[in-house]
Design a protein around this ligand. Structure first.
Ligand SMILES: Nc1ncnc2c1ncn2[C@@H]1O[C@H](COP(=O)(O)OP(=O)(O)OP(=O)(O)O)[C@@H](O)[C@H]1O
Length: 344
């Protein structure tokens, strides 16, 4: 639904060049909630602003729902009309809501429809419908100053949906909200994603946001995507920084010569008695150093830290067995690639 290739943004400010995006390749599939996480200054806002061409990329392409937006930017009147139309099919939600204080809630939601030239009757009907959808049907005549932060964001979301977008872009939509309100807004985004088939690209600096709603995630650093994948893929990837942050596993080694292995299981693998089979097949005693179940992106995931007796070299075959069972396996104290080669 959203693809960027080699997306680059260089700002020129006071004779200096700042590379905010340094060749970003992003692939967001239709119907998924995709989170881009990174520290302040990583380039997240630049990325989301380039995706709907609010910011003109220095190089690279942006394709949304099969349409190359970069090809439309700055190419005469017809192209810019098409770009405006394409943009109206992409809703955007902001951290600080950006509501007009002099307009009622309903008039704020109607604004994009006014710009698109819809009739008064059609605008009013659509705005009412959207306010019902976000749970604010009762507050249509209120002004933004009379609303809580969470309610303001619901208005922002209703406004973003006015043009029946296929894609919703969220720029730190919950960063100004308390944890309880954050959860309710994330639930709303998830519901909209499921009920309307809306694809959501959100940027955030909070891992909990990714954990609560995202199907896929990317980690951004210095204008680059340094890791990305679906949440199950990430959790099953040895040495994934996102996986460690999403779902840490702990437990101290017993202190002997054992091999410590972190195992991640989800889906079918979670239901199989893998550990007892491992123990019986190879006749080894397994110590469980730490274990936890959690819900990540709406799915049950388990992580376990195990200790197998003996050095790594003695455990290559049992570790291979765990991998064959479809579990994500990371051997502690060994670089991921070496450990995988060893298992092979
Ligand atoms: N309009 C601009 N002019 C000059 N430099 C800019 C501009 N916008 C962003 N930058 C710079 O580009 C880099 C990336 O900024 P960006 O806002 O995209 O990052 P971010 O990850 O969204 O951070 P934050 O969460 O703090 O907004 C930073 O070094 C920033 O100072």
């Amino acid at each position: 639904m959203i693809t960027t290739t080699g997306l680059t943004k260089v700002y020129r400010a006071r004779g200096r060049e700042i590379t905010a995006l340094d060749g970003v390749d992003l692939h967001v599939r239709e119907g998924e909630v995709y989170g881009v996480i990174g520290r302040s200054g990583a380039g997240k806002s630049s990325l989301i602003r380039c995706v709907n061409l609010l910011e003109r990329p220095t190089a690279g392409t942006v394709t949304v729902a099969g349409q190359d937006l970069t090809a439309l930017a700055g190419r005469g009147r017809r192209a810019s009309r098409e770009l405006r139309a394409a943009r109206s099919r992409t809703g955007m939600v902001f951290q600080h809501f950006h509501l007009l204080s002099s307009r009622t809630v309903q008039d704020n939601v109607e604004l994009p429809l006014e710009i698109l030239g819809h009739s008064r009757g059609k605008r009013a009907r659509k705005a009412r419908e959207l306010l019902e959808l976000v749970g604010l049907g009762e507050r249509a005549t209120a002004y933004p100053a009379q609303l809580s932060g969470g309610q303001k964001q619901r208005v922002g979301i209703a406004r973003a949906l006015a043009g029946d977008p296929k894609v919703l872009l969220s720029d730190e939509a919950t960063s100004a909200l308390d944890p309880k309100t954050t959860r309710s807004i994330l639930r709303l985004l998830r519901e909209l994603n499921r009920e309307l088939g809306l694809t959501v690209l959100l940027i955030t600096h909070e891992m909990d946001v990714v954990k609560a709603v995202c199907d896929s995630a990317a980690l951004m650093e210095n204008g680059r995507i340094v890791e990305s994948g679906t949440v199950p893929q990430l959790l099953g990837t040895p040495d994934s920084r996102l996986a460690r942050a999403l779902f840490p596993v702990s437990g101290d080694p017993l202190g002997g010569e054992g091999t410590v292995v972190d195992v991640t299981f989800h889906g079918e693998a979670a239901a199989r008695p893998v550990i007892s089979r491992l123990s019986r097949t190879y006749n080894i005693d397994i110590s469980i150093l730490g274990a936890a179940m959690d819900t990540v992106g709406g799915r049950q995931v388990g992580r376990m830290r195990l200790e197998l007796p003996g050095h790594y070299e003695e455990n290559v075959v049992p570790i291979g067995f765990l991998r064959e069972q479809g579990l994500g396996v990371q051997v502690q104290g060994r670089p991921a690639r070496l450990a995988e080669e060893g298992a092979e």
